[in-house]
Design a protein around this ligand. Sequence first.
Ligand SMILES: *Cc1c(COP(=O)(O)O)cnc(C)c1O
Length: 468
Amino acid sequence: MNKRDILRRIPKVDEVLQKEPLFVFFEDKGQSVVTEAAREAIDALRAEIMKAGDDELDSFDVSRLSADAVALEAVRVLEENDANNLIAAINATGTILHTNLGRAPLCKEAVENVARVSKGYSNLEYDVKAGKRGSRHDIVSEILAELTGAEDAMMVNNNASATMLVLSTMGAGKECVVSRGELVEIGGAFRIPDIMEQSGATLKEVGTTNKTKISDYEKAYDEERTGAFMKVHKSNYDVVGFTEEATLEELVELGREKNVPVIYDMGNGLMVDMSAYGLSEPNVPASLATGIDVILFSGDKLLGGPQAGIIAGKAEWIKKMKKHPLARAIRVDKMTFAAMEETLKKYRDEKVALRDIPVLSMISASPEEMKAKAERLLKVIEEKTEGYSLEVAAVEDQIGGGSAPMVRLPGYAVSVTSDSCTTKAIERLLRKSSIPVIARINDDRLLLCVRTIMEDEFDAVAEALTAK
Ligand SMILES: *Cc1c(COP(=O)(O)O)cnc(C)c1O
């Protein structure tokens, strides 16, 4: 058959749309979507034929030109277009707060509450008892105050926007004094000096990269110009060697003496003392106990909740921030409140928090538990796959998410190698699975680090390996 004859036999859109496999999609996706898919399938077929050389035309399978065949192709197009861009993935990297993989996984109750609160209406801004308008700020203010010892607290979109709001409220038109060693970049375009400029506050740098003393802040103080003393936690880097920094206590004392508020951008939002697990980071209640005016931190780092920025501290400042025009621009949706409230409730008992909040239970898991978990995963993979060499291997896991960069948590992984394919190929295979498994390669072995793999994901990990 020559090209023209083949092209002539391509079915018309209307013929394709008569075919049974497409019927369910009319109801589900709508007429125009199905028609478009049929057109796409036809266009692709035509393009393929137009491009084909004589040999390809001779061997062309004419059954592909039937309306039935094209309808099936349209079904494939519909299914492909229906796949979400944001999908669940399995984190086998052992890095707990993996920013590329969505930072903190939520606890079960948080997820359930999001569904409960958002599938219908809610009292987001309605005071049910009083029968009148309420404020969304009240949802987590009380529990945050209870847990952290702050007078008042509020929640915004993330810690970057919290910084913006705090500086706009407390520092606009004034100087904000920050140590040169703490002018951090958190990733992307979030740099303290840039945020400061956006907020209308003037950055007053003091000290040097490695050393800043409390006397440096004192020297920078000016009765007219100084709006705040600010400390920024060195979340994602460490300065070692000949170093010195002013403590929160010293800053609070100086602030009190000069009547200047002290702001602490602590970043990670750790709520409990985790030093027993190798994590000697400052925590929120202890930081507030020093008497600082305002602390701000992320919701989805070590707090283990949804993306959010929390501002807590003295009521006079929080009240001003709630009324600031910017607060509206960075306000949080009901889904975030629903997840955050359930996450925060866990902290009423530290043991419950460590058990139920995924980030904390991952950090506090013992090496023995990790080893037993790796052995269980190895068994599941062994049962479901063939052709791999599997081994339990000791690894070092990380906190990630720009938190505690020097901390290494002793963990375990299942190491996977194969005689029939390269480690890179296994890594690719896992990534291409319908639930992508993101793994690590070390010493030409693929490592499935079990600290960040949930127990109920074991089957999916094994299945991803069978697609070979
Ligand atoms: C992570 C971090 C931020 C940014 O927080 P997001 O919630 O990601 O916006 C700001 N400051 C510090 C010190 C941080 O660690």
